[in-house]
Structures are given as structure tokens and as C-alpha cells.
Design a protein around this ligand. Structure first.
Ligand code: KG4
Ligand code: ZN
Length: 420
């Protein structure tokens, strides 16, 4: 079975095609058990990534210091068709057809109606898609939330148009479920044969910081989350204060790795809510503490130059080191507390910050000390991509009755979609 997935929730336009061992989309009518944990676990399948195209808009948004939703929308519109063609080529499914496909095949809404808010995409779609033979895809998956709504809508409408033109089932996917399942992409077998429930998933991205309890496959309960900034957002804001650029996570992490023994030095930052007794987080105070620290260092300088960018690289790296230690301390400590409370046997992490080397190292140490299974996503698949969306669709195909949406026009993007 081949699944094509589309991801446009933020500033990456991504399309991936994965291939699984099943011959085709399972016909639930002829199967006895479905929708249960057992039906997922009874299937041990191998997943092959045929293509994984991610086009980042980072450069475009960098000059604004963060993602501008309407710019992101326009870029997704421009990029989706070229990325689709690239993904099909890489998967050896790109077959130009000698004659155009007929256009009267749209279910319900016409192409013009589906893409009425994406005129640029409509133009490209009508020109390019009829020229292609319908590829051997069994299902299309698309992220429908959470994220930036203008950006999400482009992917959702594009997926509707494709599903309609190619007559394929369309599976709506929660982006955060994708991040959880990206951790399974390093495993040869899927679902992981030694996967043990309950599991605690730590989700750390630019928009979310959540602890999620999983008692079985496809079952999620948010047990804690940030009350203000997400951890990735805090990394990005600290990077901006230090004049490092955007996105800040990797830049702060790189400088932190030069910070050495800064903890013994004189920069000390708070660990917000570390002992709050619940599983919530708060990173806005930590960010403000960094701001005060920068001000304090600048004020203490005798030099007349008091600009942030006058801070030496060594001081910046010490600030980054201590900031990263503070966030990692809080994240790891709360994750382990959740593990103990819910007697979890497995820890999963996901989201862009899951590619942070220090967080991975500290989680490895703590899970070894507590004899917990730790499942980490491959670093390159921790940040936004469409492989994880295809994986989530695959798991839903295995576990749910039929995860495809029945009426395409009913599917809506939902910027605040929550895991459940
Ligand atoms: O999951 P993601 O790609 O997009 C969202 O869904 O938000 O996460 C992006 C976030 C950004 O805030 C970025 O700065 C952060 O992940 N990030 C990192 C690292 N790599 C990316 N934060 C800390 N350390 C990293 N190595
Ligand atoms: Zn994400």
C-alpha cells in the first residue's frame, strides 16, 4: 500500500510517499476485528520511505524574525505542485500522460470551488495535474491542524482537490500525532514489536509543549502543557535577543555546546514550574530572565557601547548553555515524574526540539537510570515533514474502521486542534 502525505501547517511545505507491505487499502467490511489495539499490534509491517520532500521557507520568514501566516500561505500555494512532481519522480511514480485526464470527475465540488481561495494553486493544478497518469497511491493524508490556519487550509484544499481528481480516500491527520509517530521511524518494524504501554510522549515544537499519556495505540490524553510560550518558541526568542537569527533552536544549541562549564560560572537562570506538582510548563518567565541577564551584563560594562550585539561570543554561549540546561532540566524532570505517576514503560519524544542533542542525551541518561524504554525520532525527522503524517495515516488505517473522510467538503482546517 502506498500513502501520499501533505504537510503545510507552518513554514515547511512537505510531501512524502511511503510504501507498506500491505497490498492495498484494507477492506474493513471483510475483517472481523478493527478499531482495537489488537488490530494494530497484530500487524507487523515494514515501512519504506519512497520520497520525503521538505521545502523550507525559513529564509523568507527570517527577516521578520518569525513565521508570517499569509506569506506562508502564498509560498505553500506556489510550492505544492513542484514538490508533488518531485515526490512522484523520486518515488518513480511520475508518468506524464499522452492525453489529458477528464475534468468531470470531481466529487461534489468542482476544482474551482475547492481551490477558490488559492488562485495560484488552481492555475498550476489545472495545468499540470491532468497531464499526469494517476499514480499508484492507495490513500492521501493531510495535516488539518494544529498550526497556522491560512497555511493549513492550502494543504487541506490541495489534498481535497487531489483526492477528488484521483478518486483516492483522504485521511485527515493531527500534526501532533505525526510528531509522536515520527519516533517510530527509526524502527525497522512498525508497530515496534517491543513497544510497551503505557507510554509518555513529550512533544516539544515551535507551537507546543505537551506531555501526552498513551495507554494504547491511537489513544492520547494530554496530561500537561505549557501555560504560555512553547519551548521551541522560547529558543527562538532567546536567539533573537542574542542577535543569532531564525529559527533559533539550532543556533542556540550550537552556541550552548561551546558554553562548557557555564553552570559553574555566574549565569544562573530559573527552572520555572519544575516543582509545581503538576505536568504543566511555563517558559515565558525564563525568556524574560534571559532578557534581564543580558541587560545586567550590558549595564555592568564600563564600555559606552551597550548594544546586545556587543556581547562577546563567549558570554552569549554561556547564556545559551544555561538557558538550554534550564529548559532541559524542566522537560526531563517533568517527563520522569509523569512516567512514575502513570507507571509508564516507554518514553517517546517528538517535535522540532526533539532534535536537540542535549535533550536527547539527558533523556537517555534518565530513562536508563529508571529502566524505561526511550524511543527517539531520527534527528532529521524530528522537525516538520510529511513522512510522519503518512505514518500517522498508516497507523490509523491499521487501527481504525475507516479513517478516510466521507464527504470531502466537510473537512476543515483547525488551527487549535487537540490530541484526543
Ligand atoms: O516541530 P517543528 O519543526 O515545527 C513546529 O511544529 O513548530 O519545530 C520547530 C521548532 C523551532 O522553534 C526551532 O527553533 C526548534 O523547533 N528547534 C530546536 C532545534 N531544532 C529545531 N530547538 C532546540 N534545539 C534544536 N536543535
Ligand atoms: Zn511540528
Amino acid at each position: 500500500m502506498n500513502i501520499l502525505a501533505i504537510e503545510t501547517s507552518c513554514d515547511e511545505t512537505a510531501i512524502s510517499i511511503i510504501s507498506t507491505r500491505e497490498k492495498s487499502f484494507p477492506d474493513r467490511k471483510t475483517e472481523k476485528s478493527s478499531g482495537s489495539k489488537a488490530s494494530v499490534e497484530s500487524r507487523r509491517s515494514q515501512v519504506k520511505i519512497l520520497s520525503n520532500i521538505v521545502s523550507s521557507q525559513v529564509k523568507l520568514h527570517a527577516k521578520w524574525g518569525g513565521v508570517v501566516p499569509n506569506l506562508a500561505k502564498r509560498e505553500h500555494e506556489k510550492n505544492l505542485i513542484p514538490i508533488l512532481k518531485k515526490a512522484l519522480k523520486e518515488s518513480k511514480m511520475f508518468n506524464p500522460s499522452s492525453k489529458d485526464s477528464p475534468w468531470n470527475i470531481f466529487q461534489g465540488e468542482s476544482l474551482e470551488e475547492i481551490l477558490r481561495k488559492e488562485p495560484d494553486l488552481l492555475k498550476q493544478f489545472s495545468k499540470e495535474i491532468p497531464k499526469l497518469k494517476i499514480p499508484k497511491i492507495d490513500a492521501i493524508a493531510v495535516t488539518y491542524g494544529p498550526g497556522l490556519e491560512p497555511a493549513l487550509w492550502v494543504g487541506v484544499n490541495f489534498a481535497k482537490a487531489l483526492a477528488s481528481a484521483w478518486k483516492k480516500p483522504l485521511i485527515p491527520i493531527n500534526h501532533m500525532e505525526g510528531h509522536i509517530l515520527s519516533s517510530l521511524l527509526d524502527q525497522k518494524e512498525f508497530p515496534v514489536s517491543n513497544f510497551q504501554f503505557p507510554a509518555i510522549a513529550l512533544l516539544v515544537s515551535g507551537g507546543h509543549t505537551e506531555l501526552v499519556l498513551m495507554k494504547k495505540w491511537l489513544d492520547y490524553k494530554i496530561i500537561g502543557e505549557t501555560r504560555d510560550d512553547a519551548v521551541g518558541e522560547a529558543f527562538d526568542k532567546v536567539a533573537r535577543m542574542l542577535g543569532l537569527g531564525y529559527p533559533g533552536g539550532p543556533l542556540v544549541a550550537r552556541l550552548a555546546s561551546l558554553g562548557g562549564e557555564a553552570s559553574k560560572w555566574d549565569i544562573k537562570l530559573p527552572r520555572p514550574m519544575m516543582n509545581s506538582g503538576d505536568f504543566d510548563f511555563s517558559f515565558s518567565g525564563l525568556k524574560t530572565a534571559v532578557l534581564y541577564k543580558i541587560k545586567e551584563i550590558n549595564d555592568s560594562k564600563k564600555s559606552a557601547v551597550k548594544k546586545n550585539d556587543s556581547l562577546s561570543k563567549s558570554i552569549k554561549s554561556k547564556i545559551c548553555y544555561e538557558f538550554q540546561e534550564a529548559t532541559v532540566d524542566v522537560l526531563v524532570s517533568k517527563t520522569i515524574k509523569a512516567v512514575k505517576k502513570y507507571k509508564a514503560k516507554t518514553i517517546i519524544i517528538g517535535g522540532g526540539v526533539a532534535s536537540n542533542a542535549r535533550l536527547r542525551e539527558r533523556l537517555k541518561e534518565s530513562s536508563a537510570e529508571n529502566s524505561i524504554n526511550l524511543i527517539l525520532p531520527p534527528k532529521e525527522l524530528a522537525t516538520d515533514n510529511a513522512v510522519m503524517i503518512a505514518m500517522a495515516a498508516y497507523l490509523r488505517i491499521l487501527g481504525a474502521k475507516n479513517p478516510a473522510i466521507k464527504t470531502l467538503s466537510k473537512l476543515k482546517a483547525d488551527g487549535n486542534l487537540r490530541l484526543k
